[in-house]
Design a protein around this ligand. Structure first.
Ligand code: NAD
Length: 375
């Protein structure tokens, strides 16, 4: 009898299995490839070893956690798990097949969770006979270090399945946040203007170094362009393209031509040696004067996206704030920024951008209402 099964032993699966074992759950990790299982286990061993070296874990706890994880290539090993978390590649057809196959081996009460970032829980659940037991458990990378889990309820998800997923996330020492099944959930959606607005500013001729410095000056750990360099522009662009498509081409999600041509040119960021910055250079270029309005513009767009998500019932304001701080390391949540900056100032910024550039900057109805009520 295992407490949890994790399907897929890649970056995310291995991290989820490790967190489960650290939470004291007996865990089976499954993959179609033996070498993926071996790699997953190695990653886990290295991370646990580092924790011991740093004094965060005792030797007994390390050994105890490793003893709780078994690996397999056989789906039957999931049969008696009350919760299965799927973390296979981001491909709808592959995931649908995994869910249909899982349903054939697990018990009637088993909750099936998906770690998808960009697909809908509804689309995956539709491959099963009992979509009410399917829920999203969206973990963040690196799983052992990141506290947030977005618990995603699709239109068919039974509240008891979401509750079960929430309880297990807590058992893993994570903070679960409820979110509805909408593209990008909270974090990937509300963080999108952080990158897109910065890219637009570069397209308008603002130096990347000035933008990053301004954002750091506002309290963020990293500016959006250096962060996109770190993530990889190919990965970052793929997220933008997916959201743009899934939001039916709403102009505020329009990906950046500049970023696309950087990807085409192989300027992927740190991993290719160059993106907005040259990582082979001895010394980074000096940054000109920092422009505070640049940070304000980016933050206003993030705040607007958060209000749009709120208007659409994606999550509560409090949960959106919490999710952005835990999942994206923001120094404040968007609603806390709104309070700090003032709703009227944000509306003024958005209205002047809308007058200059069009509908991508239309203020969220709930933000407009907050402006009217003086909240
Ligand atoms: P990955 O490529 O590192 O790992 C995927 C693993 O799934 C591989 O080991 C592969 O062998 C295995 N696999 C493929 N088909 C399988 C099947 N039918 N049965 C069992 N195993 C199978 O991918 P990842 O980065 O760990 O991402 C996994 C999921 O998590 C994706 O849905 C992704 O969108 C999501 N996610 C990723 C991140 C991230 O930053 N990497 C963050 C949040 C969510």
């Amino acid at each position: 009898m295992v407490d949890i099964a994790v399907v897929g032993a890649g970056t995310m699966g291995a991290g989820i299995a490790q967190s489960a074992a650290l939470g004291g759950l007996s865990t089976v990790m499954l993959d179609v490839q033996e070498n993926a299982l071996a790699r997953g286990r190695e990653t886990m061993e290295r991370d646990l070893e580092r924790r011991v070296e740093r004094g965060r874990l005792s030797e007994d706890e390390r050994r105890g956690a490793l003893d709780l994880v078994s690996t397999t290539t056989s789906l039957e090993a999931c049969a008696d798990a009350p919760l299965v978390v799927e973390a296979v590649i981001e491909d709808l057809e592959v995931k649908r097949r995994v869910f249909a196959d899982l349903e054939a081996v697990v018990g009637g009460e088993t909750v099936l969770a998906t770690n998808t970032s960009s697909l809908s829980v509804a689309g995956i659940a539709a491959a099963t006979e009992r979509p009410e037991r399917v829920v999203g458990m969206h973990f963040f990378n690196p799983v052992p270090a990141m506290c947030l889990v977005e618990i995603v309820s699709g239109p068919s998800t039974d509240p008891s399945a979401a509750r079960r997923a929430e309880e297990v996330a807590e058992r893993l020492g994570k903070t679960p946040i409820r979110v509805s099944d909408t593209p990008g959930f909270i974090v990937n959606r509300v963080a999108r203007p952080f990158y897109l607005e910065a890219l637009r500013l570069v397209e308008e001729g603002v130096e990347p170094g000035r933008i990053d410095a301004a954002i750091r000056g506002a309290g963020f750990r990293m500016g959006p362009l250096e962060l996109a360099d770190l993530i990889g522009h190919d990965v970052n662009l793929a997220v933008s393209e997916s959201l743009f498509e899934r939001y039916y081409y709403q102009p505020r999600f329009r990906p950046s031509h500049l970023q696309r041509s950087m990807v085409e040119a192989g300027l992927l960021g740190r991993k290719s040696g160059r993106g907005f910055y040259d990582y082979g250079a001895e010394k980074q270029e000096e940054v000109g004067e920092v422009a505070e309005h640049v940070a304000l513009r980016v933050i206003c767009c993030v705040v607007n996206e958060a209000y749009l998500a709120l208007s659409e019932g994606v999550a509560t304001a409090e949960d959106i704030d919490k999710a952005m701080k835990l999942g994206a390391n923001y120094p404040r949540g968007p609603f806390e920024w709104a309070e700090e900056i003032g709703v009227q100032s944000i509306l003024r910024m958005l209205d002047s951008l809308r007058d200059a550039y069009g509908e991508a900057y239309i203020a969220a109805p709930s933000l407009r209402a907050a402006g009217r009520s003086g909240a």
